[in-house]
Design a protein around this ligand. Structure first.
Ligand code: ADP
Length: 667
């Protein structure tokens, strides 16, 4: 198949044109030929399309080879240009070649034309490629030279810089000449010759393709900035050279420091629920990262604003503390009050003295602010759950420009701080509520104890007297019995309340005697059993006494409580198993019932004070949720433990484990 060829033919003779076209076809081309013979028509042809080759006659009345070549040059067209001429003087041909023609062929020897075209097309393609490569490499050199990264090529042996880019010069403030007298050691204050060679050794051996490490560069003006440097080795050059590309990582370091700061702030702020400690931590966190002095103002009830301050400079710490005692005057202390009211931050890079006067309450306050060296501030609102909590002020002793990053960071700190303060405030309120509750319960229990004891005593006395005289009717005696029973119930409720109060205040006292747990369990069960109508009690005891050391009355309370619960929480009746066993130096009292059981989610909760499972409430089984709390405390004070197994609707087993005194002989 013939190769297509777009030929621009500069030829005034149509016959010659035909001859040439024929020669081309014969030579294996499928030419599209456009014949031109004036500059005008050549211009049009060049503008219209692109061409593979220009073939030109030499002698033409209205046009010339130099003119045609000039037209190509103006357009920066590098096309094969072949002269086909009837007669050409050698010198003319040489001149034409000089001004850009590529070859010339005699009209009477057209067989040379095709090979010449083929050769020149290949040459033109080569030239094009070379030019492209040159453009690319020039561009690369330009890019590398202008890159912000510092690029160094240095001798692997002497470590002397051979070449450095403009980026390095700009970053360091040295000229190219100055730098080429250096080695990397002149730039890296923390590097030694030995260390650098050790680090780069794997590059020479081929063990590693690149070595990366972080270090610092020192500028000509002495300032230092962090860099990450990648080193490569160019083994195929003689002498062997290293290439180092260093990137200024100040931004990255700042970003890392900011993240670290926020992470630390989060953990410090989450570390305590103590209101005052939260403030102290917060103020100290901000220094010196965000400020020299940090002041926190909070809105308290009645709009009292308290100030917590921290200072980086120990000698000024006392000044800061004095500042802490001066609450801002709502009418004067503009930045803080304004920020709290508007919820908008306020930043001042330079606080003039007049503003200090405006901020200060009185002369002493102004003096204090002046001695601190108050120069700039960033005040941010503290807001949580849409409520203003106060403001945090970052104060610097020199005019400080807060970058957008600083502001974002300060805002983030303020946001987290507000949450921490809010939590601490809520926690403090919850603690106060608990204290009030405990205080109330303690007073109520103490105050109830005396009248109940009197009530019970008199009711019992009356019962005995009536019994002795026989002057009563059964109904009246029954009524007295009810009074005694209910007074007893009240009394035991008050006792539990008192016990709970004692536990909280750490005053629940334990006697320490040695007693037989088996006899105790037997007695307690024996006392409860006669009153049971719907329940059957099974008791299983060891064959021999089981001695423990502890408070017998308190232990009685434990057993009674568990058995009474077993009865109370089996409202339909059923069997109750009370079992005492000894194993591995431990006594185990277990009480099993077939009652309402305990929902799984409540199993870990029932030993907490005032906790009652839902099913106890739904079934209207009365109780205060204090019995197990007291029981578990008594057991703990006996160095024992208590656990429970239960399936809701099927029943429960409570087990109390106590250390035994197996070796102690019975009296
Ligand atoms: P109270 O019985 O006064 O509510 P307790 O401290 O003795 O208080 O018990 C706490 C809670 O544990 C009870 O409210 C009840 O929900 C559950 N509970 C205790 N013992 C049993 C039991 N044997 N069966 C089912 N639930 C029980």
């Amino acid at each position: 198949m013939s190769a297509p060829l777009r030929v621009l033919l500069i030829e005034d003779s149509e016959n010659d044109a035909k001859l040439i076209e024929r020669a081309l076809r014969r030579g294996g081309f499928d030419p599209t030929v456009e014949r031109v013979y004036t500059p005008q028509s050549m211009t049009e042809a060049l503008d219209r399309q692109s061409w593979d080759v220009v073939i030109s006659d030499y002698v033409m009345p209205g046009f010339s080879v130099p003119a045609a070549l000039a037209m190509l040059k103006v357009r920066e067209l590098d096309l094969p240009f072949i002269i086909v001429s009837g007669a050409i003087v050698e010198q003319t041909a040489v001149d034409a070649m000089r001004s850009g023609a590529h070859d010339y062929v005699m009209k009477d020897n057209l067989t040379r034309l095709v090979p010449a075209i083929e050769r020149e097309i290949a040459e033109a393609a080569n030239r094009k490629q070379r030019k492209l490569a040159e453009v690319i490499s020039a561009r690369l050199v330009r890019i590398l030279d202008n890159a912000q990264d510092e690029i160094y090529i240095f001798d692997a042996d002497s470590l002397r810089f051979i070449q450095v880019n403009r980026g390095a010069c700009l970053n360091l403030g040295y000229s190219q000449n100055e730098l080429t007298a250096f080695t990397p050691l002149d730039l890296q204050p923390a590097m030694t010759d030995e260390k650098l060679r050790t680090l780069l050794a794997p590059l020479v051996t081929g063990e590693r393709e690149q070595v990366i490490f972080e270090t610092a560069h020192r500028r000509k003006d002495g300032s230092i900035y962090p860099v990450e440097t990648k080193y490569y080795c160019s083994n195929n050059e003689h002498p062997v050279v290293y290439v180092a590309i260093a990137q200024n990582i100040t931004e990255r370091k700042q970003h890392e420091a900011a993240l670290h700061f926020i992470a630390e702030a989060s953990s410090v702020l989450a570390g305590t629920l103590d209101y005052d400690l939260t403030f102290q931590n917060l103020a100290r966190l901000a220094i010196p990262y965000l400020a020299d002095v940090c002041i926190i103002d909070t809105l308290e009830e009645e709009r009292v604003i308290r100030r917590i301050a921290a200072h980086m400079n120990v000698t000024k710490e006392t000044l800061a503390q004095r500042l802490q005692e001066i609450s801002p005057d709502p009418s004067r202390s503009r930045p803080v009050v304004k920020v709290i009211q508007s919820g908008q931050p306020e930043m001042r890079e330079n606080v003039p003295d007049e503003l200090l006067e405006a901020i200060a309450r009185d002369n002493e306050h102004i003096e204090l602010l002046r001695s601190l060296g108050y120069r700039s501030h960033l005040v941010l609102p503290l807001v949580a759950r849409d409520h203003p909590l106060g403001a945090i002020s970052f104060i610097s002793m020199e005019s400080r420009h807060y970058t957008p990053r600083d502001i974002v960071l300060a805002e983030e700190l303020a946001r987290r701080a507000a949450v921490a303060i809010d939590n601490a405030q809520l926690y403090r309120e919850a603690q106060q509520a608990l204290e009030i509750r405990d205080h109330f319960l303690s007073i109520a229990a103490h105050e109830l104890k005396t009248p109940i004891t009197a009530l019970l005593g008199h009711a019992q006395l009356l019962q005995q007297r009536l019994q002795r005289t026989g002057l009563f009717q059964d109904r009246e005696y029954r009524m007295l019995e009810v009074i005694t029973e209910q007074a007893l119930r009240l009394s035991s409720m008050v006792e539990v309340l008192l016990d709970a109060t004692r536990i909280r205040s750490g005053t629940l006292a334990m006697q320490s005697t040695i007693f037989d747990l088996a006899r105790l369990v037997q007695r307690v069960v024996g006392e409860i059993e006669p009153g049971l109508e719907q329940h059957i009690l099974h008791l299983s005891l060891p064959n021999s006494p089981l001695l423990i050391r502890g408070d017998e009355m308190r232990m009685e309370q434990v057993i009674q409580n568990l058995v009474q619960n077993a009865i109370k929480y089996s409202p339909e009746g059923g069997e109750i198993d009370v079992r005492l066993e000894a194993n591995d130096g431990r006594a185990c009292i277990s009480v099993t019932d077939q009652g309402i059981g305990i929902p799984a989610h409540a199993l870990t909760e029932i030993f907490r004070q005032f906790y009652r499972a839902d099913n106890a409430n739904t079934l209207h089984i009365s109780g205060m949720g204090l019995g197990l709390y007291v029981v578990s405390e008594i057991v703990t004070l006996h160095s024992g433990s208590i656990d429970v197994q239960s399936i809701e609707g099927e029943g429960s087993t409570f087990r109390v484990y106590l250390p035994t005194l197996e070796s102690v002989p019975l009296n």
